[in-house]
Design a binder for this molecule. Structure first.
Ligand code: C5P
Length: 255
């Protein structure tokens, strides 16, 4: 327990002190509670945090959060909340009541501030700000009238997250160095769009390997299809954990 939180976010916990398995967030992107249980029975020993996303939450609701909690794993509820402040605050309060450990909120200043207010009294719920989705490329930003680089947008939104009092950000494995050098606050960096070397990148425009993301400074990796769709999901998860652990261990060798 650190700062009243169950999950350590101390930046000074580094390298070989980190148990890589605890830093692997498995995206449980399946349509039903039955499929979710079957997948959890398979991978529970090899992953640390379970992410419930829009698909599973839409089909099964809060009951699936309780089901995952029975496996003794922290739940990451990936609802990517964005609405007016009143709605965000009240929604986050309901999520906090569910004993969830991580919640995603889009990096809009008012929404982030409302989310932090909504979890007041529940410090065990980490608010993670979604900066720029990993499927977004430079051309997509330009199309929306934004002339800056993706990295510029990620850092600007991470700054909003820090100023609002969020615990961390969602960013690709290409951006941790820029975030850390621009922002002093000890933000957790949670990285999706992770693909083991040699695997396809699917729709991720800013994919990185587990090793690249950890070396770049990511604290947690989010991985879905490379585990879910593998012929042996447990072995796929274990291979990712081993690659992460080797990268964390190397951090402790560097000065
Ligand atoms: O299957 P894959 O590893 O691509 O899954 C990524 C997961 O992370 C999905 O559940 C997706 O909703 C989520 N994600 C995210 N932010 C991104 C990219 C993906 O939360 N920038």
């Amino acid at each position: 327990m650190v700062n009243g939180k169950e999950i350590s976010m101390e930046r000074n916990i580094k390298g070989s002190e980190i148990q890589a398995k605890e830093r692997l967030v498995f995206a449980l992107d399946v349509p039903t509670a039955k499929a979710a249980e079957a997948m959890l029975d398979c991978v529970q020993e090899t992953v640390g945090v379970i992410k419930i996303g829009l698909e599973l939450f839409t089909s099964e609701g809060p009951a699936v959060v309780r089901m995952v909690q029975r496996y003794g794993k922290p739940v990451f509820l990936d609802l990517k909340v964005l609405d007016i402040a009143e709605t965000v605050q009240r929604t986050v309060a309901r999520v906090a009541d569910m004993g969830v450990s991580f919640l995603t909120v889009h990096a809009d200043r008012k929404a982030l501030a409302a989310a932090v207010q909504g979890r007041a009294g529940n410090p065990a719920l980490y608010i993670l700000a979604v900066t720029v989705l990993t499927n977004v490329a430079q051309a997509d930003l330009r199309e929306c009238g934004f002339d800056g680089t993706v990295e510029h947008a990620v850092v600007a939104r991470a700054r909003l997250a820090a100023e609002a009092g969020c615990d961390g950000v969602i960013a690709s494995g290409r951006e941790p160095a820029a975030i850390r050098s621009a922002i002093d606050a000890p933000l957790l960096i949670v990285t999706p769009g992770v693909r083991p070397a040699g695997q396809g990148e699917d729709e991720h425009a800013r994919a990185t390997t587990p090793r690249q993301a950890i070396h770049a400074g990511a604290d947690y990796l989010v991985v879905g299809r490379p585990i879910r769709d593998a012929p042996d999901p447990r072995a796929a998860a274990q291979a990712i954990v081993s690659e992460m652990q080797a990268a964390f261990d190397q951090q402790s060798l560097s000065p």
